[in-house]
Structure formats: C-alpha cells, structure tokens
Design a binder for this molecule. Structure first.
Ligand code: GCU
Length: 432
C-alpha cells in the first residue's frame, strides 16, 4: 500500500475508533425510507460537515466579549434562524387577558388554581388560548414556574373537574369539544407544586392548528397585511406561532404578582421541544428551556445525516407548515444552510438549557443533540457559564447538569424514565 494511502487508512481508523465509544449508546440500525426519502441510521455514514461559526460576526470579526455576543452576534443569529428556519413572528396586538379565577384551592388544598383566557382578537372570538396555572399553596411570595406547551387540551391533561372545557382539532382537522378527544398523558400537578414551583399549561392547537392548511384557523391569519393572502417565505410557520403563544403567556405572568416572571422555565416535547428551543432563543424573558426529544429542526445538528433530516421535515406531505417556507431550500442542501442546531442552543445562553433525549429515539438523533450542545459550549463559556464540560457521550440514565444540561433517558420518543426528577433537579439548581 502506498504510504499516503496507509496514512489515510490509519487516520480514518483513528477517527472511527474515536467516534465509536462516543456513539456506542446508539447502535447502528438498518436504513429506512420515510416519505420516499432514505433515512440513515449508521454512524459511519453520517457524512462530513463544518458547522457555521458561532463566534464570528457577519463582517468577519471574531466575537471576543460577552457584550459583542449579546449586543451583536445574538441578533444576527436570531435573524438568520427567523429567515431560514422558523419564520418571523409579529409583535402581538389586540391581546387581552380574561382572568376567570385566581388562587382557588384545588387537589384538596394541595395547589392553588388560576385560569385565564388569552384573547388574540378584539372581539374575543377564536383563536384564543386557555391557560391553567397551579401554584404551591404555602408560597410566601412570587414563585418560579414551569410553563408547559401541550399536545393535550387542559381538561384532558389534568384530573381536575374544575378545569374549563376547551376545543381540540381531531385527526379529520375538525374542531371538536376536548371531552371527545383522547388524553395524551397526564400532568401530575401535585408532584410539581410540592417542589415549590408553579406549573402552567396550554393546548398548542389553541394558537395554531397542527396540519397542512391550518393557517386559516390560527393566529397567523390575523396578522396578514391588507391584500396579503398568504405568508411570505420568511414569515412564521406553526412552530413560531406556538412559541409566540408562549410569549403571550409570559405577557400574562408579568401582570400576575403570584408568579415570578423572571423565573419562567418553558418545557415542550418533540415538535413542541423544537418550539421551546426557538422561543427560548427568541424571547430573552424565558429563564430556562427544557426541550425533550426536539430532534431535527430542534437541538439535533441538521448537518449530520442521521435519522430525520430537513428534507424529511419539509417534504410536502409532512411538516412544511411548521417552518418558514425558506426552510425548504435547505432540504437537499443542508451544508449550505447558514444555520444549524448549535446556534439554537447558543441563543439561549447565558440562560440554562436542558436537552432530554431517548437512547432508542434514533429518528431524533440523540447524539446529534449532544454534539450541538458541545458545539454551543464556547458561547456559554464566553458568558461566564458552564457547558457540558465533556465531549464523551454519556450513557442513558446519567445526566450532565451545568448551565447546559443533557439527559438521555433509557427509552424512546416522548416522556421517559427519570425525566421529571432530572427536570426538578435542574430547575432547583438554577431557579430556586
Ligand atoms: C414527527 C416528526 C418529528 C417531530 C415528531 C413529533 O416524528 O418527524 O420531527 O418531532 O413528529 O412532534 O412528535
């Protein structure tokens, strides 16, 4: 073998040996096809890539101080992600809060319940969003709060008969009473408030329906300019809209003196994990982000060809409506995209972010989320915070919790074993 080839083989095997222990948690898996697009589940076939620089301004200058990051680079990245991935949100207008009840004892006095409707229109017609809030009964002042964005309507998600009835979108894309729907998990309210924190939740479909063609029934239609019939290519997809709903909830918390509006953590799973990543990056009022199984388009590096890709996400029959129209440009061209998931993580800095993944959730590329967190670490360090501090992929069940946190549960897509305990620990570390 010529010397040059021998060296190449040596270098390649060294790289593979180095990668192997890092990714051993995620065993290779036979390839698959989704929406006619192949899916790679073999680490060695992920491909080579270079991530866009974080600590470099668009004018080429290096970002060397926290001020330059916070005042200049951050804004550049927000704009890039708006234009190329999720789409710009408008400033809310005509929003009002209708407080139905405040601090009413619930769960045998173990929690205090508040219910609010956030109206998005002056005439208070749909769309509007029902927020239910539970606080610890013995709080002596405003409390930190975990705001959950949910696939379930409030009345299906919480075993409390006093929760106001809502409406949901069914599989046929009709709006039906939530009581006719099926629950998607249950929220253990008492367990949360026992930690000394509040919990609030709302149904994402109150803000924007989750289907192709749902545009006419959600908030986005309300913001079309006169004469405009559809959103521009850089305007909000549903994920931006759901995140915008979170920011409206924070607007409400700013008016409620029982909640510490400076200590709001936001939590979402899956597409709602993508939502909390983006909203946390966009809205500096968010104090902490907990994104579970956010995967492609969330915390997983898009340049890695493993599991779902931008091409899968934006394929016409799947989820193009969740993103800016511009995102489709990068489906078959991801290495040219000016954005990737490490930027989404970095936008949350210096605020804490916890990434939860599952070791069998290969579609969401848990290792790609870990690598995005590693890549975002220099930004946390520049701001005097601590990233993961490790480049070795941790086994399932062993959280790494600093200002960036990473926890891979032993299981698949969705809530997994240990998630809540790790979340409580992370919240207590940073918000209590
Ligand atoms: C699909 C989609 C994912 C998304 C998930 C979910 O699997 O491909 O990107 O996260 O749905 O929201 O459950």
């Amino acid at each position: 073998m010529p010397v040059k080839n021998a060296i190449q083989v040596l270098v390649l095997s060294a790289i593979l040996l180095w990668i192997a222990p890092l990714s051993a948690q995620i065993a290779d898996f036979p390839p698959d096809t989704v929406a006619g697009i192949p899916v790679n589940y073999t680490e060695a076939n992920v491909g080579e890539y270079t991530l866009p620089a974080l600590l470099q301004l668009e004018n080429g200058k290096a970002v060397k101080s926290a001020d330059v990051w916070m005042d200049q680079r951050r804004a550049e990245i927000v704009k890039l992600i708006e234009e190329n991935q999720f789409g710009r949100c408008p400033e809310p207008r005509d929003i009002s809060f209708e407080v139905h009840e405040k601090g009413v004892p619930a769960f045998d006095g173990k929690a205090l319940r508040t219910q609010v409707t956030i109206h998005f229109t002056k005439d208070k017609s749909r769309p509007k969003m029902d927020l239910v809030i539970y606080l610890p009964p013995d709080a002596t002042g405003p409390v930190p709060l975990l705001l959950n964005i949910s696939f379930s309507a409030n009345e299906l998600f919480i075993d409390d008969d006093a929760v106001r009835p809502g409406m949901i979108w069914n599989r046929e894309h009709e709006l039906i009473p939530a009581s006719q729907g099926r629950p998607f998990g249950k929220l253990d309210v008492v367990r949360v408030v026992e930690q000394g924190i509040g919990i609030a939740t709302f149904y994402y479909g109150d803000v924007d329906p989750d289907f192709n063609g749902g545009f006419d029934f959600g908030v986005r239609k309300l913001y079309l300019k006169p004469g405009q019939t559809e959103r521009a290519a850089d305007e909000w997809g549903s994920i931006s809209a759901w995140g915008w709903g979170i920011s409206c909830a924070i607007d409400y918390f700013e008016t409620d003196d029982t909640v510490d509006e400076k200590k709001i953590a936001i939590y979402g799973i899956s597409r709602l994990g993508k939502t909390v990543m983006w909203e946390g990056g966009r809205d500096p009022r968010v104090a902490m982000v907990i994104a579970s199984c956010s995967g492609e388009g969330g915390a997983a590096l898009s340049r890695r060809d493993f599991g779902e890709t931008v091409a899968h996400l934006t394929e016409a029959s799947r989820f193009p409506y969740q993103f800016a129209v511009n995102y489709q440009k990068w489906g078959n061209n991801v290495n040219e995209s000016p954005v990737d998931a490490h930027m989404l993580v970095a936008l949350i800095a210096p605020r804490p972010v916890l990434l939860i993944t599952g070791n069998t959730d290969k579609w969401s590329d848990p290792y790609g989320e870990f690598l995005a967190a590693v890549a975002a670490e220099p930004v946390y360090e520049l701001l005097g915070k601590k990233g993961l501090g490790k480049t070795e992929f941790p086994p399932a069940g062993e959280p790494i919790l600093h200002d960036i946190g990473y926890y891979m549960h032993d299981g698949g897509h969705g809530p997994g074993p240990g998630d809540w305990d790790v979340m409580f620990k992370f919240i207590k570390m940073h918000l209590q």
